[in-house]
Design a protein around this ligand. Structure first.
Ligand SMILES: NC(=O)C1=CN([C@@H]2O[C@H](COP(=O)(O)OP(=O)(O)OC[C@H]3O[C@@H](n4cnc5c(N)ncnc54)[C@H](O)[C@@H]3O)[C@@H](O)[C@H]2O)C=CC1
Ligand SMILES: O=C(O)[C@@H]1CCC=N1
Length: 274
C-alpha cells in the first residue's frame, strides 16, 4: 500500500483513526510501517496490543525515521491547531498529508505545515469500521499523481470513494455522508419508539427496528432497483404502508423538508468549523 521503506504516521487513534488502521492492515499494510500518536493511554495500549503497531503518546517520542510516506490526521478539528506544529519538520514535498477532520480546509494545512505540500482532504464515515464507509476526497493542486493514488488506496481500504474538485462541496458532503450514519441510527431509535408507542414490548420494538434498517440497507446495497422503486415494492396500493407514507412524504412536514433542514444545519456548522 505504501512505497517500501516509507512510514505512515497516524495522528489520532480514536474511532476513525482505528477504523482506518484496521482497513489498512487488512489490505496489506505492514504493522511495522505504521506509527501512531495517541495521547490517551488506554486507547494507545489497545491499538498497540490489538493491531501490533507502534503507538506513542506525543510526537516528541517518535523515532527519527526518514521522511514520511503519509501523515494521516485524525484528531478532532478543535485539536488540530495544537497538534499540527510538531509535524512541520516531518513532512517532505512527496509526503501525502491526508486529513479527515471535518470543516478544516486544505488551505489550513498548507498554512500550518508551511511548504508546498500534497494535501488531500477526505470525509469518511463510521461504517468505515466495518469496511462499508463512504469517503469523499479532494486534493490540492500540489498533490502529485502518486499522492492522490495513495490517498485513494488508503480510503478505499475502508469502503467506497468519490472525488470532488470543488472543495466547497465538502460542507454538504460532511452533512450528508459524514454525519449520515447518525441520522440512520436515529431512524432506528425513532422506529423503535414508534413501535413501543404502538404497543410492542421495548426490546422487540428495537429488534424489529434495527433488523428492518439493516435488512433494508442490505437490500439497497444488493439490488439494482432505485430507492424509489424499492419503496414502491413495499407499498401495496390502498394498503398500510401507503398510509404511513402519507405522513412521511407530506410535502410540508414530511421527512424531506426535515432532512433538508438537518443537512443545512450540519453544513452551516461545517462552515463555522472552517
Ligand atoms: N466520527 C465520525 O463520524 C467522523 C469523524 N470525522 C473526523 O475524524 C476526526 C476524528 O474523529 P473521531 O475519531 O470520531 O474522534 P475521537 O475522539 O474518537 O478520536 C480522536 C482521537 O485523537 C486523540 N488526540 C487528541 N489530541 C491529539 C493530539 N494532539 N495528537 C494525537 N492524537 C490526539 C484523542 O485522544 C482521540 O483518541 C475528527 O476530525 C472528525 O471531524 C470524519 C468523518 C466521520
Ligand atoms: O460530527 C462531526 O463533526 C463529524 C463529522 C462528520 C461526522 N462526525
Amino acid at each position: 500500500m505504501l512505497e517500501a521503506g516509507r512510514l505512515l504516521l497516524l495522528v489520532g487513534g480514536g474511532k476513525m483513526g482505528e477504523a482506518l488502521l484496521v482497513g489498512w492492515l487488512r489490505h496489506g499494510l505492514a504493522p511495522e510501517a505504521v506509527l501512531v500518536v495517541e495521547p490517551d493511554a488506554a486507547r494507545r495500549q489497545a491499538l498497540a496490543t490489538t493491531h501490533a503497531v507502534r503507538a506513542v503518546a506525543a510526537p516528541e517520542e517518535l523515532p527519527e525515521a526518514g521522511t514520511l510516506g503519509a501523515l494521516v490526521l485524525a484528531v478532532k478539528p478543535q485539536m488540530m491547531d495544537r497538534a499540527l506544529p510538531a509535524y512541520v519538520g516531518r513532512v517532505a514535498p512527496d509526503t501525502l498529508v491526508l486529513s479527515i477532520a471535518a470543516g478544516k480546509p486544505i488551505a489550513y494545512f498548507e498554512r500550518m505545515l508551511g511548504q508546498p505540500l500534497g494535501v488531500v482532504r477526505a470525509m469518511p464515515n463510521t461504517p468505515a469500521a466495518v469496511g462499508r464507509g463512504v469517503t469523499v476526497l479532494c486534493a490540492n493542486a500540489a498533490a502529485r499523481k502518486e499522492q492522490r493514488a495513495l490517498a485513494e488506496r488508503l480510503m478505499a481500504a475502508v469502503g467506497a470513494t468519490y472525488w470532488i474538485e470543488d472543495e466547497e462541496l465538502m460542507h454538504a458532503v460532511t452533512a450528508v455522508s459524514g454525519g449520515g450514519p447518525a441520522y440512520v441510527f436515529h431512524l432506528i431509535e425513532a422506529l423503535a419508539a414508534a413501535g413501543t408507542a404502538a404497543g410492542l414490548p421495548e426490546a422487540l420494538a428495537m429488534a424489529l427496528a434495527r433488523g428492518t434498517v439493516v435488512g433494508a440497507g442490505e437490500l439497497a446495497r444488493l439490488s439494482d432497483e432505485s430507492a424509489a422503486q424499492l419503496r414502491i415494492n413495499v407499498t401495496s396500493p390502498g394498503g398500510t404502508t401507503a398510509e404511513a407514507l402519507k405522513v412521511l412524504m407530506a410535502e410540508d412536514r414530511g421527512l424531506i423538508p426535515l432532512m433538508v433542514e438537518a443537512v443545512a444545519a450540519a453544513a452551516r456548522r461545517s462552515r463555522e468549523l472552517a
